[in-house]
Design a protein around this ligand. Structure first.
Ligand code: C5P
Length: 208
């Protein structure tokens, strides 16, 4: 393994293609990569009903325990393993389980709002923003949330107009200005991905 550590931030609107990019980075860096998702740090709401939780605003910066995520990333950078929380989108709550993440040379932080938060931003060596059209993101989100996250079409559309879109415009889109690299069209952008991997490899080999 290389001696240097590279901490990458992957931000971008919901369903912009962050996961596709990260999957490709995992194919490339293999065992050397750890992925820490902001969603894992959604606040738990043990006292609310499922119905109440399904109507919460999950796109506002205050819905996350970002300080705990920052603390965990700092531990990984120092070479300690962490027990990352696990989030269950179907019941809108943190699960009882945690997952052990070992320290790696490439640490990827991902989430819609990770560039909005200064404490998280300051941990990153490279910041990318995946920039995909809103209509494309909405179409992908409808499919994904119906199949994987147990939401009805009515709930997806209501949530999109009430919270997802306004929060995107207020917090996610403006955080693009903090990115070092903006990758249009997400994971299908082979040239963007290639440039990113080249940069990360140089960083790991202390050439930057
Ligand atoms: O994977 P992606 O970046 O799209 O995940 C973030 C999205 O997950 C947010 O836009 C938020 O609205 C959604 N979410 C949800 N229900 C939850 C938690 C998050 O719809 N319980």
């Amino acid at each position: 393994m290389s001696e240097k550590i590279c901490v990458l931030g992957v931000a971008g609107g919901s369903a912009s293609g962050k996961t596709t990019i990260i999957n490709k980075l995992q194919d490339y860096f293999g065992e050397d990569i750890a992925v820490i998702s902001h969603d894992a740090y959604y606040k738990a709401h043990p006292d609310m009903t499922l119905e109440e939780r399904s109507h919460l605003n999950y796109d506002h910066p205050d819905s996350f325990e970002s300080d705990r995520m920052a603390e965990d990333v700092r531990k990984l950078i120092k070479g300690y393993a962490i027990d990352m929380p696990v989030y269950d989108y179907v019941v809108h709550n943190r699960s009882e389980e945690t997952v052990r993440i070992e320290p790696k040379t490439v640490i990827v932080m991902e989430g819609i709002l990770i560039l909005e938060n200064k404490e998280l931003r300051d941990l990153m060596d490279i910041k990318i923003f995946v920039d995909t059209d809103a209509d494309e993101r909405l179409m992908r989100r409808i499919k994904r949330d119906m199949i994987e996250r147990g939401r009805s079409i009515e709930s997806i559309i209501d949530q999109y107009s009430q919270t997802v879109k306004p929060m995107h415009e207020e917090f996610v889109e403006p955080s693009k200005k903090y990115a070092d690299i903006i990758i249009p069209r997400g994971g299908e952008n082979a040239a963007g991905l290639d440039m990113l991997i080249t940069y990360m490899t140089k960083k790991l080999h202390a050439e930057l």
